[in-house]
Design a protein around this ligand. Structure first.
Ligand SMILES: Nc1ncnc2c1ncn2[C@@H]1O[C@H](COP(=O)(O)OP(=O)(O)OP(=O)(O)O)[C@@H](O)[C@H]1O
Ligand SMILES: [Mg+2]
Length: 277
């Protein structure tokens, strides 16, 4: 697809939200003292929409996600989830961190049921749910393993079950697969798509990997280099689902879109490196 036709599609359909926004980020500015990381960021995520966010390192991606989770408060602007203002840590959010966030002294089963425990669910019920989720992510039989007895990919599966078991309205993912080797990453990406497709929630995925953003997302938002980072462009991804992440990369529409988004992202990445010199 030529650049011009992509631009036309974007104009016709600037925000392909299937329904009402589940996450409404309304003109937020995020500052740390005198330093403004992001300024006037306006992003909406539809109910059931998979939004991927890319941008140069340090531009404020994690900061935005932390604001949606209620871990940080915007200096200006506001955020709503399912039309309710985000005020403090959000129970309706499942957060998948880049780093391993499992408790090392708890087994896979105990880690997965944590969120339900915090919500006051009785033990028998939460254990049954946690077992079912471990089976869903392909870890039946691994219930009593501790994190150090699991591979990196298996730990990621536990984290996925941990984030999804609470049936969040919004799933936040901060470079969840970047530490995995390429084959495990493909497996996990397909696994994520399979689980997401069963029960579509709003997703915000941060990634450095533009291929991952296009292969998984309904839309890719590009942020500018920081400080005072902002949204540069929003690209709809019109590739049918279900998708296989390895195969879809061979699709001509994929490579065309990759080229268009990279043309936009590249300039921001170069600016970001220039600032670090
Ligand atoms: N608590 C904090 N206090 C001061 N500055 C911060 C704080 N948290 C983040 N920053 C700064 O805000 C900017 C954005 O950080 P953030 O972690 O959101 O970037 P990012 O886009 O997630 O980067 P990366 O891709 O490397 O993970 C950076 O310049 C960072 O140094
Ligand atoms: Mg980050």
């Amino acid at each position: 697809m030529a650049v011009a036709s992509v631009a036309r599609l974007r104009e016709a359909d600037p925000m392909p939200i299937q329904s009402r926004p589940m996450v409404a980020i309304d003109n937020i500015t995020m500052s740390f003292g005198d330093f403004t990381a992001v300024r006037d960021v306006d992003v909406q995520v539809g109910d059931g929409e998979f939004l991927a966010i890319v941008g140069p390192t340090g531009c404020g991606k994690s900061t935005i996600l932390n604001a949606v989770a209620g871990l940080l408060t915007p200096s200006a602007g506001s955020i709503r989830i399912d039309d309710k203002p985000v005020n403090g840590v959000q129970e309706s959010v499942g957060y998948l961190f880049q780093q391993d966030a499992l408790l090392p002294w708890k087994t896979a089963l105990q880690n997965v049921e944590l969120g339900l425990r915090f919500r006051g669910m009785a033990q028998a019920e939460r254990e049954e749910k946690a077992r079912a989720w471990l089976t869903k992510v392909g870890l039946a039989g691994f219930e009593h393993r501790y994190p150090h007895q699991l591979s990196g990919g298996q730990r990621k599966r536990v984290q996925m079950a941990q984030a999804l078991i609470v049936e969040p309205k919004v799933i936040l993912m901060d470079e969840p697969f970047s530490a995995l080797d390429i084959h495990t990453r493909h497996l996990m990406q397909n696994e994520l798509l399979r689980l997401w497709q069963e029960d579509r929630r709003a997703v915000m995925l941060i990634t450095h990997d533009l291929e991952e953003a296009i292969a998984l997302g309904d839309r890719v938002v590009v942020l500018s280099s920081g400080p005072s980072s902002r949204v540069v462009e929003s690209f709809p991804v019109r590739l049918e689902r279900p998708r296989n992440v390895a195969e879809i990369k061979l699709d001509q529409r994929f490579t065309d879109l990759y080229r268009d988004i990279w043309a936009c992202l590249r300039g921001e990445v170069e600016k970001s490196y220039a600032r670090q010199d």
